[in-house]
Design a protein around this ligand. Structure first.
Ligand code: FES
Length: 160
């Protein structure tokens, strides 16, 4: 076996340690970058369960709340989400975010006016989520929804 000089030995040990530290630091970084892309429909999770479809009266947007956990590296955060679910026939459903597209305040549905209102800067959205008046630059975000065993699930985001 060839004898190794002290300088060569220290150089190899240092290179190995730096490489190991780099690999350990790189794993969470890669996981952070790749994991949202793996999830379905740009939600960051596979599906978001909302509850029974029977809770949605025909013709009236109904607010459903859900909590999802997002894992980023070692950190897990719980995020509260809310969606307005709407149906005209009790079989086909649409889902909209309740987050105003202006600066992110929560919109609320007003039955008598048949519109969504944002309290922050007085925006008004139509029943289908399009902007009726005010500063929002675009309609409320839309989501794909599925019904399985009469339960509603958000399964993806509709790209504008
Ligand atoms: S945040 Fe809704 S109108 Fe400004």
């Amino acid at each position: 076996m060839a004898k190794m000089s002290r300088r060569t030995f220290l150089s190899r040990v240092t290179t190995t340690m730096v490489g190991g530290i780099g690999a350990l630091m790189g794993i969470p970084t890669v996981a952070y970058l790749v994991s949202p892309a793996k999830a379905r429909g740009g939600l960051g999770v596979d599906a978001i369960p909302l509850g029974p479809a029977a809770k949605v009266p025909v013709g009236e947007p109904t607010l459903f709340k859900a909590a999802i956990e997002r894992k980023t590296g070692w950190v897990t955060q719980t995020e509260e989400l809310a969606f307005y679910i709407f149906t005209e026939d009790g079989r086909n459903f649409t889902a909209m975010s309740n987050v105003c597209t202006h600066l992110g305040c929560r919109v609320r549905w007003v039955d008598g006016d048949e519109q969504f209102f944002c309290p922050c800067h007085a925006a008004v959205f139509n029943k289908n989520g399009t902007v009726a008046s005010g500063p929002p630059p675009r309609a409320l975000d839309q989501y794909e929804i599925s019904v399985e065993d009469e339960q509603l699930f958000i399964v993806g985001k509709v790209e504008a």
